[in-house]
Design a protein around this ligand. Structure first.
Ligand code: GLC
Length: 568
């Protein structure tokens, strides 16, 4: 048997600590069950076919039902919706599509009543080009001249033509610099042309952003998911010019983002410093206003070493949850050993150095698990992220096994990310009960009559039931995921079977076994004890209440996951 990866403190220490009631040592975010809501697609309350805040408020009890402790909402602010809300034109108001500030206050009030945390998307890197700030900057109004990143560009010595200041390519492809006729300068946009980058080297921009944070904190939010963190700062020479980025070798298309190595436009040291400043701002806010810890989640597709810096350096702290996307890179072919590799990538750095972990299942920019890995792997992934220590982050609909919809593109509103953004499937009713409208902004997945909350509530071992069962376990003492819990290990017991062990007391141990492969697996001598089945997935031939002697053998069906408990 391969050597077991023991992480955490020794068991005996943990015995003392847990029996002394160490639960109180866990801050809420450390083992949060987080849930991402894409507001356009969660619940429509007014029949216009687009989800809204009132709709979300009516569904908060559902989040409670399935064991969610905190939810983050993709942007709900005033926006021309060129990037569906990630292009904000007013950082202080709610877009009419989603409702009003009063609706937002109602949502917060209901969430507080239910003891659910609400986290907002915070998009500091850019605004919409329809934002008042951009207009003022275009027109060089006092104080706004340098609010965005402007530059004259270069003059080509041979042709005499004007050229962009550098060869930088935007994340969505094409140049990062666009000429502005009115201002007669180039402006920088790491994303769409309609998303000009704010200039964080300007202290006034930083001030404005702190003001935005304060505005929403005052309205009662529990934290922020910071959008596009690595892109906030760009490198600039002391003489004011911008260096070209080197070719990466990853792409042969000179217009593609992957064509360059983004050494000057991603993960600059000033961005790390900014995270610490924001953390300190939130801490100060808490000191003055009381309440629970306000958290920062960071969306950063960066190396784990960089994420570690975003988290903290030992003396200063930044984002408590730099999102861990490693499990999103698994495919249908991934074996248990691959899963262990993904877990190791995080644990070897983040757990060892900071004793913190989080696991993201999916998001609005990535295909759903059913498409990435296969429908039969959805439950397996949900089991894995709940069994591992730390916070889990579930994208709406993953708990019922929703899949992407092949959306035919018409016109220029086409988005290749629409497939994972279709309406939540609540019941086998009209529009899956998402909307009473004649149509919905994106089509409801035709599988909704089978895959929906209401139906799955009534089916034993449905994805929803597995998810709920795992959340219950996740919040129990053996699964509390923090430094002093100890007694946690994970390993691939063979190529296809992943084993996770969680223990707390001398008399309680959980073993989670997950068969990632499509063959039956027979395992012998895993332990010398007899265990009770606590949870079994759809492919299992066993049921909760049955027992198994792990000193003998245990059989796992293809794509089966089980939770076993040993009680002295
Ligand atoms: C983030 C968001 C994505 C958006 C981009 C620009 O990556 O998740 O949806 O398009 O930022 O704001």
């Amino acid at each position: 048997m391969p050597e077991r990866k023991l992480v955490g403190l020794v068991w005996l220490t943990c015995l003392v600590v847990t029996t002394l009631g160490a639960q109180s040592d866990v801050d809420w975010w450390e083992n949060a069950a987080l849930y991402q809501i894409y507001p356009r697609s969660f619940q429509d309350s007014n029949g216009d076919g687009i989800g809204d805040l009132k709709g979300i408020t009516t569904r908060l009890t559902y989040l409670k039902e399935i064991g969610i402790t905190a939810t983050w909402l993709s942007p709900i602010f005033t926006s021309p919706m060129s990037d569906f809300g990630y292009d904000i034109s007013n950082f202080y108001d709610i877009d009419p599509i989603f409702g009003t500030l009063a609706d937002f206050d109602d949502l917060i009030a209901k969430a507080k009543e239910l003891k659910l945390k609400i986290i907002l998307d915070f998009v500091p890197n850019h605004s919409s080009d329809e934002c008042e700030w951009f207009d003022k900057s275009v027109n060089r109004l006092e104080g706004y001249d340098d609010f965005y990143v402007w530059d004259d560009g270069k003059v080509n010595a041979e042709t005499g033509e004007r050229e962009p200041p550098s060869n930088w390519i935007s994340v969505f492809g094409g140049p990062q610099w666009t000429w502005h006729e009115t201002r007669q300068q180039y402006f920088l946009h790491q994303f769409q042309v309609k998303q000009p980058d704010l200039n964080f080297s300007n202290p006034m921009v930083k001030e404005h952003m702190l003001d935005v944070l304060k505005f929403w904190l005052d309205r009662g939010v529990d934290g922020f998911r910071i959008d596009a963190v690595p892109h906030i700062y760009e490198y600039r020479y002391a003489n004011g010019s911008y260096p070209d980025e080197p070719v990466s070798g990853w792409s042969s298309d000179p217009g593609a983002y992957e064509y360059h190595d983004h050494i000057y436009t991603k993960d600059q040291p000033a961005t790390v410093e900014l995270m610490y400043e924001w953390h300190e701002f939130l801490e100060q806010y808490q000191a003055e206003n009381g309440g629970d810890t306000r958290v920062l989640l960071a969306e950063a597709y960066s190396s784990v070493e960089t994420l570690s810096a975003y988290y903290g350096n030992g003396t200063r702290f930044g984002t408590q949850l730099p999102m861990n996307f490693q499990l999103m890179y698994l495919s249908g072919y991934s074996t248990a050993k691959d899963v262990v590799g993904s877990i190791d990538y995080w644990m070897d750095t983040m757990w060892t150095t900071h004793q913190t972990a989080n696991w993201v299942v999916g998001n609005h920019d990535t295909q759903r698990v059913a498409d990435r890995m296969g429908a039969h792997k959805v439950d397996l992934l949900n089991v894995i992220v709940s069994a591992l220590p730390g916070a889990s982050v579930t994208y709406y609909g993953e708990e019922i096994g929703m899949s992407n919809v092949d959306i035919e593109c018409t016109g220029d509103s086409c988005e290749d990310r629409d497939g994972e953004r279709t309406p939540m499937q609540w019941s086998p009713g009209v529009n899956a009960e998402f909307s009473t409208g004649e149509s919905t902004w994106l089509p409801v997945n035709p599988d909704y009559e089978r895959i929906n909350v209401q139906t799955e509530r009534g089916v034993a071992r449905s994805s929803l039931q597995i998810f709920k069962g795992m959340q219950k376990l996740k919040s129990s003492s053996a699964f509390l995921s923090f430094k002093k819990a100890g007694g946690f290990s994970y390993e691939a017991v063979n190529e296809q079977v992943l084993q996770i062990i969680r223990t707390n007391k001398i008399n309680e141990e959980y073993r989670i076994l997950i068969n990632m492969g499509n063959n039956m697996e027979v395992l012998e001598g895993l332990s010398d004890k007899t265990y009770e089945y606590i949870l079994t997935t759809a492919y299992s031939t066993h049921y909760p209440g049955q027992t198994v002697d792990l000193g003998e053998r245990i059989v796992l069906m293809p794509f089966e996951a089980i939770v076993l408990r040993w009680l002295a």
